[in-house]
Design a protein around this ligand. Sequence first.
Ligand code: GDP
Ligand code: MN
Ligand code: MN
Ligand code: MN
Length: 251
Amino acid sequence: MELFAVPELPEIHEGDDLAAMIADRVDLRPDDVVCVASTVVSKAEGRAADLDEFPAGPRAKEIARNLEEVSGEEKDPRFAQAVLEESTDVVMEAPFVLTETRFGHVGVNAGIDRSNVPDHDLLLLPKRPSQSAERIHERLPESPPVIVTDTSGRSFRHGQRAVAIGWAGMPASRDWRGETDRDGHELQVTVESVVDELAGAANLVSGEGDDGTPVVVVRDWAFGDHGGSDNMFREMRGDFVRQALRDWEYE
Ligand code: GDP
Ligand code: MN
Ligand code: MN
Ligand code: MN
């Protein structure tokens, strides 16, 4: 397989037609996978915002005060308000705010970005990233699968990497259960989150800084002959780590 960045994409603005911009710059094949950084999907969808738009309510003020106490740094309660408005559940509130977004992804600060956002304070994640992926997928010539990615931290390990927050035109996972390993043992549990793996690979190419390469094409990779599923975000029931966090307090 091969990955390459779509060349010469400009700064993206609200209303830009990302699919047309990609199609102008690369000849796509139906078995390509097109990985798009959420940053540019958000910009195209007008998800840049300013702190003034989020007057802080009591809960946001409480969260900001709590964070200030823990960090010794000044925290803007309007930012906490923006995070709350993007979220359905607060998983942790100190020493950082970890929430579940409205579309099910759990991330620090609801994935709200303060880098690569000219002229605005904030960039919110796309409202429904899988719907964004679907729209791009349908509009691209050859309709290749599309993955919307975002850089995200992870539990237990240092460092960040991209994950898939939305996808269309392919299943999220390939299911190896029932297939056999080299010793003939039947695989019992392996459901491989291929959209995350592809997102991580694409992020190696797109970078995190000023490279200006938010769209990466994966070529000559095949899903193969496996079952698939779109299960990605765990439900509270069955998410034992999250359940353990429910009664946890930062000290
Ligand atoms: P995120 O992981 O989705 O939050 O996106 P990043 O902020 O890490 O940016 C990913 C890549 O997209 C980097 O190469 C950035 O330089 C690039 N990028 C961000 N915004 C734009 C834009 O408006 N136009 C172009 N061409 N590149 C951008
Ligand atoms: Mn960013
Ligand atoms: Mn981001
Ligand atoms: Mn990134």
